[in-house]
Design a protein around this ligand. Structure first.
Ligand code: COA
Length: 182
């Protein structure tokens, strides 16, 4: 029987109240391959989240099944001076990397607990997050090895515009994806 999943959009103030639950969800999902991220990543998530929830254009969608948080997605508007397009692995046209006010919405996270996958929970959150945005386009980063996410983003009309790598030694390269809005 399909789950009775309910969706809610929350703002930065409400998100602060849910931070522990969201961090728990993040920790569980990213412990799986290909990520296999541990406590250090979870702490970094929680720390960054405190800043992200205060940023312009922040919006977060939660998916809950009988009160249990089973998925979440959130994003922010990029500022004209954003570092988003730094650390690219190859040169990319200025027409892609140039930012101006309200050009780009960055989808920062989208994840679903394993037992609730392949039931269009992510698709519903994705559509709720991207509908009626003021920005012209959206962007996100995804690991090339994240097969489910790669397949989902292809289905939803995203294409790869660049790759970038955190300057720390040994960091993996991420695909930088872009999709038109509106
Ligand atoms: C990526 C993720 C969010 C997808 O969540 P989901 O709720 O299972 O996705 P949906 O059910 O909405 O899938 C939408 C479409 O994506 C594709 N898709 C999703 N998972 C897939 C998989 N494992 N294999 C192949 N295609 C897949 C399918 O085309 C699917 O549509 P269909 O079922 O009608 O064929 C989920 O797998 C997840 O949380 N992964 C770990 C975290 C992660 O990688 N997040 C993305 C970070 S950038």
């Amino acid at each position: 029987m399909p789950p009775k999943v309910e969706y809610a959009s929350i703002d930065g103030e409400q998100a602060a109240q849910h931070r522990d639950e969201l961090t728990e969800l993040y920790t569980e999902v990213y412990a799986e391959p290909p990520y296999e991220w541990g406590q250090e990543h979870a702490e970094l998530f929680a720390e960054r989240f405190d800043g992200q929830r205060r940023q312009d254009g922040f919006t977060l969608v939660e998916a809950c099944d009988q009160g249990q948080l089973v998925g979440m997605g959130f994003g922010v508007t990029l500022l004209p001076n954003t570092p988003w397009w730094q650390n690219l692995t190859t040169p990319v046209s200025k027409t892609i990397t140039e930012e101006h006010s309200n050009r780009t919405f960055a989808l920062v996270e989208l994840l679903v607990r394993a037992p609730w996958r392949r039931q269009h929970v992510a698709e519903t959150m994705h559509d709720l997050l991207l509908t009626d945005r003021v920005e012209e386009r959206a962007t996100l980063t995804v690991l090339p090895a994240a097969e489910a996410a790669q397949a989902a983003y292809r289905k939803w009309g995203w294409h790869r515009a660049a790759q970038k790598r955190n300057p720390l030694p040994g960091s993996p390269a991420f695909d930088v994806m872009v999709r038109k809005l509106g």
